[in-house]
Design a protein around this ligand. Structure first.
Ligand SMILES: [Zn+2]
Length: 447
């Protein structure tokens, strides 16, 4: 064909000279909002990459985001949250092919933004962090607050985020969970273990904990899932303690959701019991009329999330072996409602059998709680070393440095960064373990 004919054919197909057909535009599927202190995070989920620009307007304060060659797949909505700097959202097509989104703000903000490529079950995302101006830390303040012995981060790493670990202490409030022969309540010990784990996660470079339940109150399963999603959690861990009529049974187990039902009869009974609190206590009836949750659950048939859950569960089991008896060496699959988060790899850890008198005592002991939390942290490190999503400090962090503080050991530092001692030695040309406070170590990061 001659050039002119080619052009005519392409024009006929709508590929040249005409506005692109709606299907070729990037679909903005939804916008999610979460609030962390002074910062409101907005995440656009999109079915493809898109260029964008944004600017602020004053009196009243607004943020305008133009997404090039895009359309809203559905009405973009935000639930109202008084802690958010965003009051409301509006959107409209613009210039034929673009999508303009306007956020009405409660106060002046400083916006930051970045895009994230698809990873596992997450689509293309555009992330906006809006920090209220009075709360916006200056660069030096931010560096300083980070400077508790942690490696200093270069400016280029500023946009890298921490992976978020949602920690869900089971039961709570009027739902005590299982009760041990000595009267220990599951809801109390799992909250203690969860807090110990959260503390460790928060001290870990590149990780952040979100506690789903922080005190002794009841939360419906659905709300637990929602809280994890609001926090943009990378993984969801529900912590429980097992109980069974036979008091001799002991050990820990790790479960993940199975879309095809339980892997064993025991897993099925357990799932029934753990789900029951919610059914009985006025939570969302899983098999009842509220189909919206059921629909969400169907989305779960995303094998990526299940695969990631399985890896997470396996890494946890291999760590739990170091702390005590693991009841079954393999990952158990069960139909726990609390694990039905459609896009967050999720596991449920039964720390031990509260129905076994000696394990009940262990569950109460600080030593056991600490070593359990240590094991779970190591499992998380192991998981994220291969599964951290792009855009996180763990996945994309540059080679870093560590300033040695008094009392630190080379092996402790290697452990903290999930490195072998040999790798740390060779990266720093150190042949023995003699180090001194103030010495700067290079932390190698392979990708
Ligand atoms: Zn439980």
């Amino acid at each position: 064909m001659r050039r002119r004919q080619v052009l005519r054919a392409l024009t006929a197909l709508g590929l040249v000279g005409l506005p692109l057909p709606a299907l070729a535009r990037t679909g903005v599927e939804r916008v999610r909002m979460s609030v962390d202190g002074d910062t409101t995070r907005l995440v656009f989920d999109m079915d493809g990459d898109a260029e964008y620009s944004m600017f602020k307007l004053e009196s009243p304060d607004r943020l305008v985001v133009d997404i090039k060659n895009a359309r809203a797949v559905d009405e973009l909505k935000l639930s109202s949250n008084p802690r958010s700097v965003v009051e409301s959202i509006r959107h409209a097509p613009r210039d034929g092919g673009d999508l303009r989104v306007v956020f009405d703000l409660r106060k002046p903000i400083e916006p930051r933004s970045f895009k994230l490529m698809p990873a596992q079950d997450s689509p293309h995302r555009l992330v906006l962090d809006l920090t209220s101006r009075e709360g916006a830390p200056t660069q030096s303040a931010r560096e300083e607050s980070r400077d508790n012995g942690e490696p200093r981060r270069g400016r280029s790493q500023e946009d890298l985020r921490d992976v978020v670990v949602a920690i869900d202490a089971g039961h709570g409030g009027h739902d005590p969970g299982a009760i041990g022969p000595g009267g220990t309540r599951e809801k109390d010990v799992v909250l203690q273990i969860s807090k110990r784990l959260a503390e460790r996660v928060d001290n870990e470079r590149g990780m952040k904990a979100v506690m789903i339940r922080t005190g002794d109150y009841f939360l419906p399963l659905r709300e637990r899932i929602e809280r994890a999603r609001e926090a943009d959690a990378d993984v969801f861990m529900s912590i429980h303690a097992d109980a069974i009529a036979n008091r001799n049974v002991q050990g820990s187990s790790v479960y993940m959701l199975s879309e095809r039902g339980a892997s064993s009869e025991a897993a099925r009974f357990l799932a029934q019991r753990e789900n029951q609190a919610d059914l009985r206590l006025g939570g969302v009836p899983i098999n009842g009329k509220d189909d919206s949750l059921t629909n969400v659950l169907l989305d779960l048939a995303q094998s990526g999330s299940l695969e990631a859950s399985n890896t997470l569960a396996e890494r946890m089991i291999s760590e739990l072996h170091r702390v005590g008896k693991v009841r079954k060496p393999e990952v158990e699959r069960a139909n726990f409602a609390v694990l039905r988060s459609p896009d967050v790899p999720s596991i449920l850890v039964e720390a031990a059998f509260i129905s076994n008198p000696s394990e009940e005592r262990k569950l109460r002991s600080t030593d056991f709680q600490n070593s359990l939390a240590d094991a779970l942290l190591t499992g998380l490190r192991s998981y994220f070393s291969t599964h951290a999503r792009p855009g996180t400090l763990i996945a994309d962090g540059q080679p870093d440095q560590h300033i040695i503080r008094p009392g630190e050991t080379l092996s402790g530092i290697a452990d903290r960064y999930s490195l072998s001692l040999a790798d740390l030695r060779s990266a720093n040309d150190v042949s023995d373990d003699r180090i001194y406070a103030g010495q700067v170590l290079r932390i190698p990061r392979d990708s």
